[in-house]
Design a protein around this ligand. Structure first.
Ligand code: AMP
Ligand code: GLY
Length: 425
């Protein structure tokens, strides 16, 4: 079988790594890929958003299955386009990808279906948004409706900060048309967790619980990033899978089907665990990055079998197995990220870390230049390990982290700490 993976981050490297283990795999292509992916897949110089070129490539090469990593092409309708061309593709169609593509749609949808989420109002008029913020007071959360590369959410501690966010999103159009509408919502307090499930539109099968670390600095300080590390299981929700499935995941998949937007693929709920219950902060319509790294690292079953069961609407027949224990991914980023940073820094130490079943260094923002691996993005590597428990998985990851070097290397030293503390308590 020939597979095309679309995307270039750590998540896509992990997908390639996992798909390559399938006994049915003959060849994997990755468009556009990164500096580490070429060990396992042939890189294709086509951007993840160039749907027409991707369709042409898949047709020309006789690709049997395309797996889409990032949200951008899903929101653009890459799945619809591949289906029209008679090509097999894994991910939600455009009318279902709206769960990530429009925060207003999602908030209205959650309310229609009685799924817990923070109180909110949406606005197309900045003046109305600002007077609502002044009436509600701070802390308060302002969100650009559309996709904004993870930067469109401002958790404001002061009213002035929330007003400035509205000005920036709606008047200065920092995120373009993604900011034509804003959602203003109540600020929830609690611990966050990530919950992903496979679904064929009817059956919903949970993956392992996980937790991301969004802020760039230890102790959840500093600005939000795409994610600085993740681990599984996440004790804050590990025992609450049934509740999350019943109150959130299953009603969402059923509701989308009822509304004529059947959801197929990976549904990811960003959750806030509050003292009043579990609330949905957002949906993503794809694997999380970096959550995919520790989760797929523990997937025993063949991912191709799972995807094919989903495409055939028979996920209910599929048994999905995971390894015991725990896993963790520590992200190494370029100094300065998520602000400005330099690239082209040579990475050393990768060759002394042997790939094994227990440890793998997934690449994200890397490139190969003159035979050397150099940095090429904000998040550079995702050092991923597993072990009998979280402490051993983290120990293995950090041991490898300390052997990898590049100028400006940054990472959080407290990945998984919340989990370790809860395991103790
Ligand atoms: P989102 O993209 O909607 O998940 O928002 C990005 C981040 O903003 C989340 O991971 C949370 O850390 C934070 N956030 C979003 N909504 C809220 C909320 N209602 N209350 C508190 N924090 C929030
Ligand atoms: N780690 C958060 C995300 O994938 O959006």
């Amino acid at each position: 079988m020939k597979v095309l993976v679309v995307g270039s981050g750590g998540r896509e490297h992990t997908l390639v790594w996992k798909l390559a283990q399938s006994p049915r795999m003959d060849r994997i292509y990755c468009a556009p890929g990164n500096g580490g992916i070429s060990k396992l897949a042939e890189r294709v110089d086509i951007s993840a958003d160039d749907m027409e070129a991707l369709v042409r490539f898949a047709r020309d090469k006789g690709v049997d299955l395309t797996v889409v990593g990032p949200e951008g092409p899903l929101a653009l309708g890459i799945v619809d386009r591949f289906e029209e061309a008679g090509l097999r593709v894994f991910g939600p169609r455009k009318n279902a990808a709206i769960l990530e593509g429009s925060k207003q749609f999602t908030k209205d949808f959650l309310t229609r279906h009685g799924i817990p989420t923070a109180a909110y109002q949406s606005f197309t008029d900045p003046e109305a948004a600002i007077s609502y913020i002044r009436r509600q007071g701070a802390p308060i959360v302002v969100k650009a409706d559309g996709l904004a590369a993870g930067k469109g959410v401002i958790v404001a501690q002061q009213v002035d900060e929330a007003v400035a966010a509205v000005e920036e999103i709606m008047r200065a159009k920092r995120f373009g048309a993604a900011g034509d509408t804003v959602v203003v919502e109540a600020c929830l307090v609690g611990e966050e967790a990530s919950f992903m499930a496979f679904t064929d539109g009817k059956t919903v099968v949970p993956m392992l619980s996980s937790q991301d670390h969004k802020q760039v600095l230890d102790g959840d300080q500093g600005p939000n990033t795409g994610g600085m590390g993740a681990y599984t299981p996440a004790p804050v929700i590990q025992e609450r899978t049934a509740e999350i499935m019943d109150a959130i995941m299953v009603p969402t998949v059923r509701g989308m089907a009822e509304e004529g937007r059947p959801f197929t693929g990976v549904l990811y709920a960003g959750l806030m665990i509050t003292t009043d219950g579990i609330s949905v902060l957002e949906y993503n319509v794809r694997f999380g990055d970096p959550e995919a790294q520790p989760i797929l690292f523990r997937l025993k079953s063949d991912l191709v079998d799972i995807i094919e069961a989903i495409l055939a609407n028979r996920l209910h027949e599929c048994r999905i197995e995971w390894t015991e224990g725990a896993s963790a991914c520590v992200v190494l980023s370029s100094g300065g990220y998520p602000g400005t940073y330099e690239t082209g820094k040579e990475i050393s130490g990768l060759d002394v870390i042997p790939d094994s079943d227990d440890l793998y260094v997934f690449h994200a923002g890397t490139q190969t230049t003159n035979g050397k691996i150099v940095t090429a993005g904000g998040r550079v590597l995702g050092v991923t390990a597993r072990g009998p428990n979280l402490a051993s998985a983290l120990g293995r990851s950090y041991d490898a982290v300390n052997r990898i070097h590049f100028e400006g290397k940054h990472y959080r030293t407290d990945i998984g700490q919340k989990g370790l503390e809860r395991n103790k308590g």
